[in-house]
Design a protein around this ligand. Sequence first.
Ligand code: SAM
Length: 260
Amino acid sequence: MARISYDQPTADAFKAVREVPRDGLREWREAVRRHLQPSPGMTLADIGAGTGAYSAAFSDWFGIDVVAIEPSTAMREQIPRTPAIRVLEGDAAALPLPADSADAGWLSLVIHHIPDLEAAAHEIRRVLRPGAPVLIRQGYRDRYQPLGELGLDGVEIVRWFPETARIIDTFPPLESTLAAFAAAGFHPQALDQGRYTSPLSLAEFLAQVDTLRRADTTLRGLTDEEFLRGKERLRRAVEQERAGAAEHDRSNWLDLLVLR
Ligand SMILES: C[S@@+](CC[C@H](N)C(=O)[O-])C[C@H]1O[C@@H](n2cnc3c(N)ncnc32)[C@H](O)[C@@H]1O
């Protein structure tokens, strides 16, 4: 059971505002290329593929085949169907793939939804060919510099809505993630910090934030009062920008953990 229900309104909101524009992913593209070393004929399993933003990006960027595995029907229906993307219903702990059938695994912002990460790691080990990498895109609270009392200053949503740190605090930290994958025989190969910078303005972000709340686990965990306080912070920042008094950073840092 995921932390939030990925029902139709959530899937629609996710598709509308949570897919990161490709323009903002240049650094991620190069980081993934470095670790994946894509070659024609390679098959990547995108586990918890959501609306398929990364499935589509990887098949377009690298010319590889992707199996997009996603438990929510509403999310799955949004995944683009192309000859290079196979879309399957499935869960990280029960992958609909034969043993030794994939050349890489990708999990983006999924591990906090998986109830038994060690069981999932064993299942991922089963479907990956020996030596194939698993790439995990995630934020870990034990990797960020504290910002004041609450914050994780690399994550934009935490900069405007500091109480979201309370929800991130309940996500699996890096240490337990490494332990779960080690139990399944995976060894860490790399831990890179990856940045994406949204090409949208802060005013555009403010205009989207109510929709974003429907599709984001951390914003959904806030009280209405906490959300409105953050929105007011954002509104004031947009006014500052309009007056030329400040320019606010739209970058976000997450980790790319690579294991084999
Ligand atoms: C925050 S979304 C990320 C979607 C996509 N990976 C991305 O980065 O755009 C989390 C996704 O994980 C899926 N999910 C939830 N529980 C899961 C599980 N146990 N196994 C695999 N996927 C799961 C959800 O249905 C949802 O689509």
